[in-house]
Design a protein around this ligand. Structure first.
Ligand SMILES: [Zn+2]
Length: 196
């Protein structure tokens, strides 16, 4: 059951990635089911709840830097994700599919390229967890409609502020609640840190 849910979510994430391929938005990686992050419990009879991590990678021309808060802060607020722009001149010369954000004028960029992540899902220079959650929810809503099983299963994106929660209801009236927590991998470590 767990692997089926992961497979379903990964398929939806690939569709989301396709839908946003022309934008400089975070790149959605396959879900991670780490023991501590994935829990299954009976919420109601016939209803199951899954919690999964979705790692994010920086889009081209951007880099992510996890900044730790000071001791004493609540665990939810100990880290923020700073977003920096990186030079893409080499890619621009070799592939010709992007303009370097650092070495073109704002006017050239505005005319020819989608805005950078800093202009869309960030507040100041930090990834905004709420904007990013709303972005994923909107993509997921579209991705769900394109699935072949949409005729027999109803997948609804539920309103949340810092994650993406979905409810899948089958014709047998069994339902699955899936919550996707956005996270980034710590540099030089296998640890994933939730954002928001
Ligand atoms: Zn450059």
């Amino acid at each position: 059951m767990c692997s089926l849910v992961e497979e379903l979510v990964n398929k939806l994430l690939r569709t989301c990635q396709m839908l946003s391929r022309h934008q400089f938005t975070p790149q959605l990686q396959p879900v991670v089911g780490l023991g501590g992050f994935r829990e299954i419990c009976n919420a109601l009879p016939g209803e199951f709840f899954y919690l999964l991590l979705v790692p994010l990678k920086a889009p081209p021309g951007h880099s992510f830097h996890l900044e730790r808060g000071t001791e004493g802060e609540m665990p939810q607020t100990i880290s923020r994700l700073r977003v920096d722009l990186e030079c893409m001149c080499t890619r621009e010369r070799c592939l010709g599919d992007v303009l370097c954000f650092l070495h073109h004028s704002d006017y050239e960029l505005w005319l020819q390229q989608e805005p950078s992540l800093l202009q869309t899902l960030c507040s100041d220079s930090y990834l905004d967890a709420q904007k990013t959650a709303f972005w994923l929810q909107a993509l997921m809503s579209t991705a769900c409609k394109s699935e072949p099983w949409a005729a027999t299963h109803k997948l609804t994106v539920l309103p949340t502020t810092c994650s993406c929660k979905m409810k899948l209801t089958s014709t047998f009236r069994r339902s699955l609640c899936i919550e996707l927590i956005l996270a980034v991998q710590e540099e030089d470590s296998s640890t994933f840190v939730p954002i928001g």
